[in-house]
Design a protein around this ligand. Structure first.
Ligand code: DSN
Length: 422
């Protein structure tokens, strides 16, 4: 590159990823094919509208790209309709609110500090400012409390019930959630951003055909570029005709919420990279990858439990562990800092009923998707658990943490990033 400053920073970030253990559960390492699509000439093209109905000329090839992405998303998740244009997960959720609710309508989602997401009704987010947001919590045991959700829904009669999380280690009962939504006549949105890759792998039940709308980012367990999918059943009608907010009209409402409602031109390079990732996710190897993510997370959970770490809900069914560090006498940000010095990247996180403030919570979140991409298996998880514990125990000893970092750097050489060799 001619721009040496940026070139250097890209190299340093690549080296940081290569030499360390990436354990933020929402992160992953993409394939060289995904990166190639992202770095392509497709980024130059404007194409507001949808394939066959654009506001610009020259869309012959980007139309085909978008159609491929849509078709692959529909086939992979078994739905009639896919919108692939949302720039990322938050805009995708915003489009669903915009499509199905009016400002002031009541919406219900899991509180951020109980593992939800900002766009699920946080008061500081558009979803909690423009809408009347009612937030549900997990039970004391950290599991979703379906009875409490049903009761809250009956009391508040939301227009939209949002289900999904950023820090929930267990399986969702979509059928139960459907019943709750039907009991109060509300739309059900399943945000599967964290678990989409596990759904594809058959490691988590799919909400497709149960929820009215499914949103997901494409860059977490699905292992694609940053981006999002909005999935629904039914087919879009003439986009210029006024449509009512009925279930049959959801595809049309979603497409119109994205453009002209919220966005301009789609990011065609991103759409192409999503198509590539969806193709990769349709292969049998990806199913095995998803299964290994869960096996690794369960093994890590076992090992940490043996070392007296307190896991919210007592373990995991998916790709992540939420660790409450209270009994270890350390807070989330201290653990995050010590682990980073040792070459392990995690993030501090609130735990249900956290007595500490969100900027300095009691826990950390650990995930296995990126490590599994690099080929780590159960045996290596045993070693990772040892390092995590050692870094936390030795958090005040920078010399020890630096020597662990070197040990981890050497270890990672046997587990190259996708497209690199050992
Ligand atoms: N920021 C994402 C996560 O880390 O879970 C959610 O959008």
């Amino acid at each position: 590159m001619e721009d040496k400053e940026i070139e250097k920073l890209i190299e340093l970030e690549t080296r940081r990823q290569r030499d360390g253990l990436e354990m933020i559960p929402s992160e992953n390492h993409t394939s060289p094919e995904v990166l190639k699509a992202l770095g392509s000439r497709l980024t130059d093209k404007y194409s507001e509208g949808y394939p066959g109905k654009r506001y610009y000329g020259g869309c012959e090839f980007v139309d085909q790209v978008e159609n491929l992405a849509r078709d692959r998303a529909k086939a992979l998740f078994g739905v009639d309709h896919a919108n692939v244009q949302a720039y990322s997960g938050s805009p995708a959720n915003m489009a669903v609110y915009y499509a199905l609710c009016d400002p002031g309508d009541t919406v219900m989602g899991l509180a951020l500090y109980f593992g939800g997401h900002m766009t699920h009704g946080l008061k500081l987010n558009f979803s909690g400012r423009l809408y009347n947001s009612v937030q549900y919590q997990t039970g004391k045991d950290g599991f979703l409390d379906y009875e409490a959700i049903a009761k809250l829904a009956k009391e508040n009669k939301p227009k939209l019930l949002v289900v999904g999380a950023t820090a929930y280690p267990r399986i969702y009962d979509w059928q139960k959630l459907r019943e709750i939504a039907d009991s109060v006549g509300t739309f059900l949105l399943a945000d599967i951003s964290h678990i989409a890759g596990l759904v594809v792998a058959g490691e988590h039940p799919s909400p497709a055909g149960i929820a009215d709308v499914v949103t997901t980012t494409t860059h977490k367990t699905l292992r694609g570029p940053r981006g999002a999918l909005i999935l629904a059943n039914g087919n879009p009608s003439n986009p210029l005709k006024a449509v009512e907010r009925t279930k049959e009209n959801i595809p049309t409402l979603i497409d119109r919420a994205i453009i002209p409602g919220l966005q301009g031109g789609p990011h065609n390079h991103q759409t192409a990279a999503i198509a590539v990732a969806l193709h990769e996710a349709s292969k049998p190897e990806f199913k095995e990858y998803g299964k290994q993510i869960v096996r690794n997370a369960k093994r890590l959970a076992e090992r940490l439990l043996e070392k007296d770490y307190r896991l919210v809900t007592g373990g995991t069914d998916n790709h992540l562990l939420l660790v409450d560090l209270t009994n270890k006498g350390v807070i989330g940000k201290e653990a995050e800092a010590a682990l980073e010095k040792a070459g392990i990247t995690v993030n501090k996180n609130t735990v249900p009923f956290d007595p500490r403030p969100p900027f300095s919570p009691s826990g950390i979140r650990l995930g296995t998707p990126a490590l599994t991409t690099r080929g780590l298996k159960e045996k290596e998880m045993d070693q990772v658990a040892e390092w995590i514990d050692a870094a936390i125990v030795n958090r005040g000893d920078d010399k020890k943490l630096a020597s662990m970092r070197e040990e981890i750097r050497k270890f990672t050489q046997a587990f190259p990033l996708p497209g690199e060799s050992a």
